[in-house]
Design a protein around this ligand. Structure first.
Ligand SMILES: Nc1ncnc2c1ncn2[C@@H]1O[C@H](COP(=O)(O)OS(=O)(=O)O)[C@@H](OP(=O)(O)O)[C@H]1O
Ligand SMILES: Nc1ncnc2c1ncn2[C@@H]1O[C@H](COP(=O)(O)OP(=O)(O)O)[C@@H](O)[C@H]1O
Length: 185
């Protein structure tokens, strides 16, 4: 039997940061399905979809990535403050912009969970879900995060996932366990 949360169920932002093909989207989907099955309100703020609408026109310069991350951080904080579990599979390569998002959440006492999907770049490049690593290697793409563009790993994340030695279900369960420890599920 699943118990429906009361009207005062606490929301949270779960930010999954990591390289392209690290597993962010896959983990977000598994986690989202589990939380929805338990009756929680869940939103997955998918980076690609956001870039088609809310961040249309932005590229991958440092400034544009920061703008993108701040916009997503704002939307996620509003959702989370209103009881939604907001799951954010977005690269967010720069420590200062992730820190600004964390501060935005702290300012409203809204729970914020930072997960580093720490898949090594050679594994990501083998997975190459969208063919970006191959395009970069062929000289048809520059500025690929983790290859010829920076990725600043989180200094003090709430969780680090080594997805190269886990199934997606195991990774999602590890995130769920952090939410449970914090009393958010
Ligand atoms: N140059 C370059 N570097 C990184 N990623 C690239 C690039 N060009 C396109 N893409 C695709 O765009 C997705 C990343 O968008 P994000 O909004 O998550 O990135 S960021 O936080 O603004 O850096 C990212 O999605 P994921 O693969 O799901 O991470 C890529 O598919
Ligand atoms: N433990 C794991 N967690 C997440 N994805 C995994 C894991 N193990 C293997 N994978 C695979 O890695 C790929 C990750 O792709 P995706 O989730 O789209 O990455 P990202 O959103 O970070 O770009 C998928 O094909 C997925 O099945």
């Amino acid at each position: 039997m699943t118990t429906k949360p009361g009207p005062r169920a606490r929301g949270a932002t779960v930010w999954l940061t990591g390289l392209p093909s690290a597993g962010k989207t896959t983990i977000a989907r598994h986690l989202g399905e589990r939380l929805e099955a338990e009756g929680r309100r869940v939103e997955i703020l998918d980076g690609d979809e956001i870039r088609r609408f809310l961040s249309a026109g932005l590229g991958f310069s440092r400034a544009d990535r920061n703008t993108n991350v701040q916009r997503i951080g704002l939307v996620s904080e509003v959702l989370a403050r209103n009881g939604v579990l907001s799951v954010v599979p977005v690269i967010a390569p720069y420590a200062d912009s992730r820190e600004a998002v964390r501060k935005r959440h702290e300012a409203s006492a809204t729970p914020y969970v930072e997960v580093h999907v720490a898949t090594p770049v050679d594994v990501c490049s083998e997975r190459d879900v969208k063919g970006l690593y191959a395009r970069q290697a062929a000289g048809r793409l520059t500025g690929l995060t983790g290859v010829d563009d920076p990725y600043e790993p989180p200094a003090d994340p709430d969780l680090v996932l080594a997805t190269q030695s886990q199934t997606p279900e195991e990774s999602a369960d590890a995130v769920y366990a952090v939410l449970a420890e914090r009393g958010l599920v």
